[in-house]
Design a binder for this molecule. Structure first.
Ligand code: SF4
Length: 369
């Protein structure tokens, strides 16, 4: 984006900080969130991305989404995925079934990553999760296994009566490659009480990631926005992630997740999908505040490809993947198709004036288009 826009007065001091390579603070974050000058926000975020070493590359990964079980004890109010064991749509897939399915899919779509998250199922144990990792590693040794959110890890530790470290060591030995970023939602207690009162405390989310990083397991981080949170609570969340990254440096990427109300209690209360303006603002402010997380993803499955394409000019440098089957956001009403073929992604990235780069989970370049 050409830097010909005049910076509005409220953002001028922030621009000076970005140009000087200075870290932005809480007040800066709130001022950015409160700005309605969308183009100025985008330009500033792109400036920050480039000033911190970002180039024209836009990354994507070929990945398969799997879920082992949708049975969950928690009942987050924003969730349309979870079921109780007695509900007709509840499922728990055995390791053998899941591996057979993954191998079949790999034969037709040679993905390099499997992304797997689940409900917090009280009826299976740690071995259930370790078993599938071992069997997948044996069947697909070159595929990176990005499995289990911090919430799931915490849940496993509660069920087993052991520490997060104990669980992570078992899973790491079984083939775990990295953790996805889910379960973070919004860290502020007020919001957590309203949307996910049964979920683990944020301190546990951070302890799982902190421990994973120290064990050499990289992780991802997220923020769920567009429900009951304030701008201040979004900024607070981002700054807590930034502090963790300062301490351990193990976050590979940040993914802002827009709340989808369909089939949740919030739909009945009249909540709507986030607007494109809010999605772009969230990407831009994340890029500006998270000066130590290298990659920000425009998760096309939620935003749709056209909006993800615009987000590439608002600080995002990753469009996630050629997703094969995704169930969680589809359950909550995401309308993007869930199988995005490489040529189409390449076209969207190129049309945004950027260079498509196929990566593996750890951001090693596999192919430049
Ligand atoms: S978001 Fe996760 S923990 Fe919460 S109800 Fe849904 S599956 Fe369960």
């Amino acid at each position: 984006m050409a830097a010909v826009l005049e910076t509005p007065a409220t953002l001028a001091p922030i621009r000076e900080k970005v140009e000087a390579g200075e870290r932005l603070d809480f007040e800066d974050g709130v001022a950015l969130m409160e700005s309605d000058d969308l183009l100025a926000l985008g330009e500033l975020a792109d400036l920050a991305r480039r000033a911190r070493g970002g180039g024209d590359e836009v990354y994507f990964v070929q990945n398969l989404y799997l879920n082992q079980t949708n049975v969950c004890r928690v009942k987050c109010k924003f969730c349309a995925f979870a079921k109780t064991r007695k509900q007709e749509e509840a499922y728990t897939i055995s390791a053998d079934e899941l591996v057979d399915d993954a191998v079949r899919q790999h034969a037709v779509a040679s993905f390099t990553e499997i992304h797997c998250v689940n409900g917090e199922n009280p009826h299976v144990d740690l071995e259930f999760y370790a078993d599938v990792l071992r069997k997948l590693r044996a069947a697909l040794p070159d595929v990176h296994l990005k499995f289990y959110t911090a919430s799931e890890i915490h849940h496993m530790s509660m069920l087993e009566g052991c520490s997060h470290e104990d669980v992570l060591r078992v899973l790491q030995d079984a083939g775990l490659g990295s953790l996805p970023g889910g379960g973070a939602e919004i860290f502020a207690d007020r919001v957590r009480q309203l949307i996910a009162p049964g979920k683990e405390h944020p301190d546990d989310w951070f302890d799982v990631h902190d421990t994973a990083h120290k064990l050499g397991i990289p992780t991802h981080c997220t923020l769920l926005y567009g429900h009951v949170e304030t701008y201040e609570e979004r900024v607070d969340h981002l700054l807590r992630l930034r502090a963790q990254q300062d301490a351990t440096g193990g976050f590979l990427a940040f993914i802002p997740l827009a709340f989808h109300p369909e089939n949740t209690v919030f739909e009945r209360r009249g909540f709507k999908f986030t607007t494109g303006a809010d999605d772009l603002k969230m990407i831009a402010v994340s890029r500006l505040l998270l000066d130590n997380v290298e990659h920000v993803k425009a998760y096309w499955i939620m935003m749709g490809l056209p909006m993800a394409q615009v987000a590439l000019h608002f600080g995002a440098d990753d469009v996630q993947g050629t997703v094969v089957r995704e169930q969680i956001f589809q359950a909550a009403g995401a309308s993007s198709g869930t199988e995005q073929k490489v040529p189409e992604l390449v076209r969207f990235v190129r049309d945004a004036g950027r260079v498509p780069v196929q990566r593996d989970t750890l951001y090693n370049e596999l192919r430049r288009w």
